[in-house]
Design a protein around this ligand. Sequence first.
Ligand code: SF4
Length: 63
Amino acid sequence: MEVSVDRTLCEANEICVAFAPEVFELDDDEELRVIQPNPPESELERVSQAVASCPKNALLMRR
Ligand code: SF4
């Protein structure tokens, strides 16, 4: 699985962080960082929920 963020769309509201804190975090500049760009399959459910819940459609997931 591969996950990335389009920072030009992201508004850093941390919704994805709430769903998958092992994969996403806000950095010191309050920009979203993908900590694990290739998360394990065990994160699939949480990452899928994060992607589906992003109000800006800023997350892209590929399997
Ligand atoms: S849910 Fe979307 S807009 Fe919010 S921080 Fe995550 S990527 Fe950015």
